[in-house]
Every structure is written in structure tokens, then in C-alpha cells.
Design a protein. Structure first.
Length: 138
């Protein structure tokens, strides 16, 4: 499950990390992250080394100008120390053909999935561990 966090943290262009407890959104249709790999939020990513990452919330904004904002509100602790909250955000463009949705960052396809007016289901295609599934609801 670390791959979905890597999908956001591992991409350097247009990715920002700020101290916050809420996902970043913008103008457009906002969907709330409901689950990751069929696990409801909040959820803890399996421990890797000394780091524990908890996904608290997430949001996907689809703008009318074919841009998106993908944002996760995380809580992280290292070596059992105090937890810190942060928000990691990815921005890019998207294409939609009928129910198929593709999220791009620069020219790389980051996510592919299905779109309906009330549910967006995405799968990571560009990360250390592709295949992670995210479901966003309105």
C-alpha cells in the first residue's frame, strides 16, 4: 500500500507538501476519498522501516478546464515519535472519454479509472507499486 503514497510523494513536478489537516481542493467538482484498496479511511499504510503513515482524508477536484487536484491529508510518525500532519497535493490535467478517466502529470499518465457523476474510481499506473485503487465519492 505504500505505492499510493509514493504516487503522490514520489512525483516531484507540481507536488506540494504543506502542514495542514485538510486536503487541498479548488474550483470544480470535488470528490472525497472513501477508500484505498477497499479499506475505508482513515487507514494506516503498512509500516516500512521506522515510518508509520496514516491516510486521514483525501480529495479529488475535477475542474471544468480539464485540470485536477489530487490531495491526501496524512499523519506521519518516525521511530514512534510524535505524529505530524501534512497535506500532499498533485496537480495536472485529465482527459475523459465517456466513463474512462485519465489523470496526467506533465506528459505521464499517473492514474486511470472510471468516472460517474457521483463516483470516481482510480488505479495508480505510475509509481513504485502500481495497482493501488482509490475510490472517491461526491
Amino acid at each position: 500500500m505504500l505505492g499510493f503514497v509514493a504516487a503522490t510523494l514520489g512525483c516531484r513536478a507540481d507536488v506540494t507538501g504543506v502542514s495542514a489537516t485538510e486536503p487541498i481542493t479548488g474550483p470544480g467538482t470535488v470528490y472525497a476519498l472513501a477508500s484505498v484498496n477497499e479499506v475505508a479511511l482513515p487507514m494506516t499504510v503498512p509500516r516500512v522501516g521506522n515510518v508509520v503513515i496514516e491516510v486521514r482524508k483525501g480529495a479529488l477536484t475535477l475542474g471544468t478546464d480539464s485540470t485536477y487536484i489530487y490531495s491526501l491529508a496524512l499523519r506521519t510518525s518516525v521511530n514512534g515519535g510524535p505524529a505530524t500532519s501534512s497535506t500532499t497535493t498533485m496537480r495536472g490535467s485529465f482527459t475523459r472519454s465517456s466513463l474512462a478517466l485519465t489523470l496526467l502529470q506533465l506528459s505521464d499518465t499517473m492514474f486511470v479509472g472510471n468516472y460517474t457523476p457521483n463516483i470516481v474510481s482510480l488505479q495508480v499506473v505510475k509509481a513504485e507499486a502500481p495497482g493501488q485503487r482509490f475510490v472517491f465519492v461526491r
